[in-house]
Design a protein around this ligand. Structure first.
Ligand code: ADP
Length: 554
């Protein structure tokens, strides 16, 4: 820019100088002509006086390289000419300077000479006898004078040029230096020449607009980040070249990435054949999907192409959904169905076998009652089993249970009434320390929880054993504790006894009428009321089940 301004100013100066030189030469030429006319007239008047006095003899002594002298009679006839043969010369009455001189005493003209064919200045003076003496000089002499000035002028021109260069450099610096020093972040605080003010005001306005736009973009980015970061699903946005544009927290956790991955190729994070295949497929088909396992979780990756309104590809959006629960529950469902069939088959086989023997009269009369009793107890077991399965499936399917005020004392009383006979039969004593506490929950489910826990505490006890039921108010809730001094649960089984159909000792459970579903029902029902089940147990000493129901139990 500095050079451009310098060159422009210099060029402008040169043009102005050349123009000035040409105009000056023109003026000088015309000025020199005026001077030459004045000289010529003085010479002509001097010569005219001499001729007037001396007559034709004056010309004998006249000699000049510069001037030409012509003497013309009043009728235009040439009497004498210093450069031409007067006898051959035509009448001069039509010459402007002659006519003027005859009329006014003096006349002058500038024209191409007929005789010499050169631009000539003429000055004519009338003398006393009415004739005219004329002096003329060619303009070449004037031009010579003018051209003689040119070397001086060129010298001045060179000097002026040097001066121009110096001034141009200073001007360009004075324009450019303040521009280079401008603080474009705070344009209005610059102290500079006035002409820059409109530009600085505009820059300031634009700066403010840019700041506003950046603020808006930042706010949108924050909104986008907080939405995507709170998503449980992983989300990755790639540009056309598969470089990561955005990646939420879930995706970072899953792939073990960090914010430094932004701007890098997605394959830096994961080089798996599946991902490469998915990226290729998404470009061909617009969508691709696959399952992968990581850190014990099963994930579904869905990649979708992002396109603009004109169908141009902008990038790819990848969603990673945790499908572990779905896959697990699918597996659990399959396992549950297999278990149910198995659990149903055992008593049914027993019923079938006993009834067949009876039908075919293959049982001794004295044993018949025993067979009938077995059929009855297996049928009873089937009913209990089916009831438990129904209860569990109700718990699985029901999303919302109607809530009510649950009195723990009432529930425990009805459970002890229902199980009192069973406890007596097994020689187990039930002791209660239940305060009159209540909370918001599902009465039927609380009953099932207490029933199953007390039922187990009796079932897995021994003759002379005890069951203690306690309920009390705790911080913002009600605590239920069912303790027994029965057989206890070995450590290695404690984590699994809440699984469906899991039993520590299958034959003991079956023989005592257990279904293997009691604690699953307890756990599920407790979850409905946002309560957890804690277990403490040691083999041979007994078990303690503790549940805390929140005051507003869900
Ligand atoms: P079940 O119908 O077999 O009792 P549960 O789901 O109620 O099924 O219990 C699972 C297993 O946990 C039982 O088979 C038993 O082995 C063990 N168990 C449950 N409660 C107790 C307890 N109070 N004392 C000892 N073992 C228990």
């Amino acid at each position: 820019m500095n050079k451009t301004i310098f060159r422009s100013v210099l060029l402008a100066c040169c043009i102005v100088m050349m123009f000035s030189l040409a105009v000056t030469l023109l003026f000088l030429n015309s000025y020199f002509i005026d001077i030459e006319f004045d000289n010529l007239r003085a010479q002509a008047e001097f010569t005219a006086q001499a001729v007037d006095k001396v007559g034709l003899e004056y010309f004998e002594s006249f000699s000049s390289d510069i001037y030409r002298i012509t003497w013309i009679e009043a009728d235009g006839n040439v009497i004498f000419d210093s450069d031409a043969d007067e006898a051959a010369m035509e009448n001069h009455l039509d010459r402007d300077e002659i006519r003027e001189a005859l009329a006014y005493g003096h006349g002058q003209d500038r024209r191409l000479s007929d005789t010499l064919s050169r631009e000539t200045l003429y000055s004519a003076v009338r003398i006393s006898d009415g004739s005219v003496v004329r002096l003329s000089v060619t303009q070449a002499s004037v031009l010579r004078i003018t051209l003689g000035v040119i070397p001086y002028m060129l010298a001045v021109l060179v000097l002026a040029l040097v001066l121009c260069m110096f001034i141009s450099r200073r001007i360009s610096r004075r324009i450019i230096d303040p521009l280079n020093r401008l603080d474009l972040d705070r344009p209005l605080e610059n102290e500079t020449y006035e002409e820059l003010s409109p530009l600085l005001v505009r820059i300031d306005n634009q700066n403010r607009q840019i700041e506003k736009q950046i603020d808006t973009i930042r706010t949108r980015q924050k909104e986008f980040d907080s939405i995507t970061d709170n998503m449980r699903e992983g989300m990755i946005i790639l540009n056309k070249a598969d470089l990561v544009v955005s990646m939420n927290t879930s995706a970072m956790k899953l792939f073990g990435g960090s914010p430094s991955v932004i701007g890098k190729n997605i394959l830096v994070l994961d080089r798996s054949v599946e991902l490469m295949g998915a990226l290729e497929e998404v470009k061909k088909k617009g969508r691709s999907e696959y399952f992968f396992e990581r850190n014990g979780f099963v994930n579904r990756l869905i990649a979708n192409l992002i396109q603009d309104d004109n169908g141009r590809t902008l990038g790819t959006c990848i969603l990673i959904v945790d499908e572990t629960e779905k896959v697990l529950s699918e597996g659990m469902r399959k396992e549950f169905s297999a278990n149910v069939s198995h659990e149903l088959k055992t008593p049914l086989h027993s019923i079938l076998a006993s009834s067949e023997l009876l039908m075919n009269n293959l049982v001794k009369e004295s044993d018949k009652m025993g067979f009938i009793g077995r059929i009855h107890s297996e049928a009873e077991h089937l009913v209990t089993l089916i009831e438990d399965i129904i209860r569990l499936s109700q718990l699985d399917e029901t999303k919302e249970f109607p809530k009510e005020d649950v009195s723990m004392k009432e529930v425990v009383t009805s459970v002890t009434e229902a199980l009192g006979g069973y406890a007596r039969d097994r020689g187990v004593a039930i002791e209660c320390d239940v305060q009159d506490v209540s909370f918001t929950g599902v009465q039927r489910l609380v009953y099932e929880i207490v029933f199953n826990l007390v039922d187990n505490a009796i079932r897995y006890n021994r003759e002379g054993g005890h069951v203690w039921i306690a309920a009390s108010a705790v911080d913002d809730g009600v605590r239920l504790v069912v303790r027994d001094d029965g057989i206890g649960i070995p450590k290695e089984h404690q984590a699994r006894i809440f699984e469906r159909f899991y039993r520590v000792d299958t034959s003991h459970s079956r023989s005592t009428g257990g279904t293997g579903l009691g604690l699953s029902i307890v756990k599920h029902a407790a979850m409905v009321m946002h309560s957890t089940v804690e277990l403490e147990s040691s083999e041979g000493k007994g078990s303690v089940f503790t549940l805390t129901f929140p005051k507003q139990g869900g």
